[in-house]
Design a protein around this ligand. Structure first.
Ligand SMILES: CC(C)(COP(=O)(O)OP(=O)(O)OC[C@H]1O[C@@H](n2cnc3c(N)ncnc32)[C@H](O)[C@@H]1OP(=O)(O)O)[C@@H](O)C(=O)NCCC(=O)NCCS
Length: 208
């Protein structure tokens, strides 16, 4: 497997002072909205938990820094180029680190009813083989995971990433970017989590 994944419950996170750097603590304390502060902390805790199992450094020397696009990156003493990704939903946060491959993207979504109007706006017609909430939620999570893998999030059209008969296809701007990145072999794994969540992980699998 080309990535390490960690899922955390937001209620079971140690105090921020135990694992955030000084700079991260300042960001944490500056959040005005409690929900946002809590989920942000959860993402950092999940990511740092993986990082501290990979590096010898104390967790307080590992920093999660957002790029200009919002995509997170990892800063450790001496530098680190391992790609990372964060997601949060409801009472959970999750993070992944790619231990091989050029990128990773994770997205977690609660399975809930989705309106047909939303589905038609988000998905290409040929992708919608079911209107069941579980199907639409999984499809959305897979798309967002791939958009995070590409580092663009929802700044790109979600219809430029399509899953037709389960197979990933790129279109438009996403196709251009994917080609520019060297046409990586993007694989998407899906996990069903307790509590009714779908978690999708987009990663670069080696070509067989
Ligand atoms: C990023 C985005 C896909 C997140 O989707 P979401 O389902 O609302 O939220 P999730 O919990 O799954 O993911 C949030 C995490 O995505 C990560 N993220 C943000 N931008 C990202 C990007 N461009 N690429 C990859 N990951 C990104 C962050 O780590 C964020 O968590 P954090 O802020 O707590 O660190 C979506 O909010 C988005 O794309 N927004 C607009 C992007 C944009 O225009 N950015 C310009 C910023 S200047």
């Amino acid at each position: 497997m080309g990535y390490k994944l960690k899922i955390v419950e937001l209620d079971k996170i140690p105090p921020a002072e135990e694992f955030l750097t000084e700079r991260e603590l300042k960001t944490y304390n500056d959040f005005k909205v409690e929900k946002r502060r809590r989920e942000w902390l959860g993402g950092r805790y999940a990511l740092k938990s993986i990082a501290s199992s990979l590096f010898i450094f104390d967790v307080k020397h590992i920093e999660v820094r957002p790029k200009q696009s919002g995509q997170p990156s990892l800063a450790v003493p001496g530098g680190c180029s391992l790609p990372v990704s964060i997601t949060h939903s409801g009472d959970f946060a999750a993070a992944a680190i790619a231990v091989s491959g050029m990128a990773v993207g994770v997205d977690m979504e609660a399975v809930e009813p989705r309106s047909p109007a939303w589905a038609q706006q988000s998905f290409a017609k040929e992708e919608i083989s079911s209107w069941a909430p579980v199907f639409l939620t999984e499809l959305w999570a897979k798309k967002e995971a791939v958009l995070k893998f590409l580092g663009v999030g929802l700044s790109y059209d979600t219809k430029d990433i399509r899953f037709i008969n389960g197979k990933l296809q790129f279109y438009g701007k996403a196709l251009d970017l994917w080609a520019k990145l060297g046409s990586p072999n993007v694989q998407v794994d899906v996990k069903d989590l307790d509590g009714g969540y779908k978690l999708a992980i987009a990663w670069e699998a080696p070509l067989l």
